[in-house]
Design a protein around this ligand. Structure first.
Ligand code: S3P
Length: 175
């Protein structure tokens, strides 16, 4: 498989992986898959329901199975990962050998400001009290950054324009 067929977008919850991934795919004529939506469609359940029914460990197995299925579809595709995807089950190695990994990087503070309206659909955040949220994000981001930072391209932003993202990725793909 030509390694640039698959572009994976990783990053913390609410970093804009789906929004930017979808726009990028449209702009460059790739298909788009959101890994969480793929899993939700497969089981006809929300991520929150799957987390509740399976627990996190089993969810990670399900997530890895979905990732493998998406990778086996050999089309030009942008795949927006879940926030935890690169950090479990050797998924990072699989991602690195199957395509190009792009990290949408944001500061904990900026993530914290965005996360509130979005936390209901994120089981890891839904139960956090407001006062604990920033330390929780800082801690989890600190644990996950070593995985995210192994991406082929890091796009650091606190408010990214879709054209800026597209240009950055296109420049990267040219080289
Ligand atoms: C998770 C992130 C979520 C989803 C699940 C677990 C995580 O995806 O996969 O709630 O561990 O960070 P988003 O990053 O799209 O919210």
């Amino acid at each position: 498989m030509e390694t640039k067929n698959l572009l994976f977008i990783c990053g913390f919850m609410s970093a804009g992986k789906t929004t930017h991934g979808k726009k990028l795919a449209k702009n460059i004529g790739y298909h788009f898959i959101d890994l969480d939506h793929y899993t939700e469609n497969k089981f006809d359940k929300s991520i929150t329901e799957l987390f509740q029914e399976l627990g996190e460990d089993e969810f990670r197995q399900v997530e890895t199975a979905s990732l493998n299925e998406c990778i086996n579809d050999n089309r030009k595709t942008v795949i927006a990962l879940g926030g935890g995807t690169p950090c479990f089950n050797n998924n990072l190695e699989l991602l690195k050998k199957s395509g190009k990994l792009i990290y949408l990087k944001m500061d904990a503070e900026a993530l914290y400001k965005r996360v509130f309206g979005l936390k209901a659909n994120r089981p890891l955040l839904a139960t956090q009290e407001e006062k604990d949220m920033l330390p929780y994000i800082e801690d989890l981001l600190g644990k996950r950054a070593p995985y995210y930072e192994q991406s082929d391209l890091t796009v650091y932003h606190n408010n990214l324009h879709e054209d800026e993202f597209k240009e950055t990725v296109l420049n990267f793909l040219k080289n």
